[in-house]
Ligand binder design. Sequence first.
Ligand code: HEM
Length: 386
Amino acid sequence: MLNIKLNKETYQITPQQRTRPPVVHHFWRIAIIFALLLGFPSGIYLWLYINHQLDELSGYTFLLSVHSTIQLLGFFGLFILGFLYTAGYHLNGGSPRPIKHITWVLPALITGIILKLYPPTEVIGNSFITLAFGFTGYVMLVAAKEGGFSRPAHSTLTLLGLITFSVAPWLNLLDPHIVLYVVLGGPVLFVLLAGLQLIFNVMKGSKLEGLPSSTFAIQITIAYTLLTVHTFVKPVALYFISLSFLLPVVYYIVKVRLISGIKYCGPTSLALAFILGFSWLITSLLLLAIHGGFFMENTIHLIVLGQISTHILAVGSRVIGFFSGEYVIAEEKLIGLILFWQIVPVTRGLDILLDFPYFTSWITSAVTGIVFVLWSFLMFAKIRKV
Ligand code: HEM
């Protein structure tokens, strides 16, 4: 049965509720719990420790594997699945699958992540995770087929991203070179995918269709293939990988008319997220080109904190606001929160390059804690109303 709720402020049914019940909040609620209870606290602990602010730490490797597994697969992974089961069908040109066919995906992924953290059950956990992402890939492929593969850019981003997440649990997520593959081939592609919808629908940019869509799909496939060869077959010079990603990113910015979209939107949280997100991504790709793998661990944190987490703060608030019918956080305050958050990528990601003193790690930790705890509670308050 469709459980339709009225928007408390306007007493209208939101357009999405009219067609089918929302699913996004189920995924995002767990994603936030994972990051709030495990992912960010473990990151803070490790960060203070390697900056000599904590004396004793037994089980460094276990804590590191909790941190990387939870943040990549639990936090980002669940956010992406929530987004795909809401907008992914349509973005790929197909129509939504009945809810009852996908209800097992969320429990399977949660179980998989928990089992993965305990070595004796790791293989079973990995299998569950692969099943959840692999099945989503199949569902999205069917949607793309229904749409006659008429949206090559959208489908390429979706399918390459889901291939990455399906193989990720079997890889060494403690090795920054492997993590580069997971981050560039996974969440970064989904930020671009979400951007295709938001830049056109909300910011009045251009649609990526026809020849530009195919051209972008080819460029991103070449970049992804080079990255895969680099990671699993034979190292390719990192500036080559960097340039191969910079090309489609710049092509995308030009073709979707992002700059005029930002001008149209004015000073909003969404425009800010795109400006900051693309700036961090391009900076990271340039750092890779100039310094090779020297700053790899920092570069990865620049991308995950500067680009991907910034997008989650902005887009997450907007989407839950839409489904709950109430603002998660007032626009000016959200802009302030996003700007304040930028202290985290700067102090965590540019740390070695700018040679910050060790005590700066307290600033990173405090800002991470304040922003994420505040944002999570505001999100939970509205998720309850979806
Ligand atoms: C969504 C956000 C984040 C993601 C996806 C993430 C992901 C990762 C991953 C995959 C690793 C293991 C590979 C590597 O060393 O690069 C890692 C390591 C680490 N992360 Fe994060 N991280 C995030 C946020 C943070 C934050 C906010 C902090 C600190 C406040 C932090 C501190 C660390 C530390 C200290 C290490 C170990 C580095 C080392 O051993 O050299 N992370 N992170």
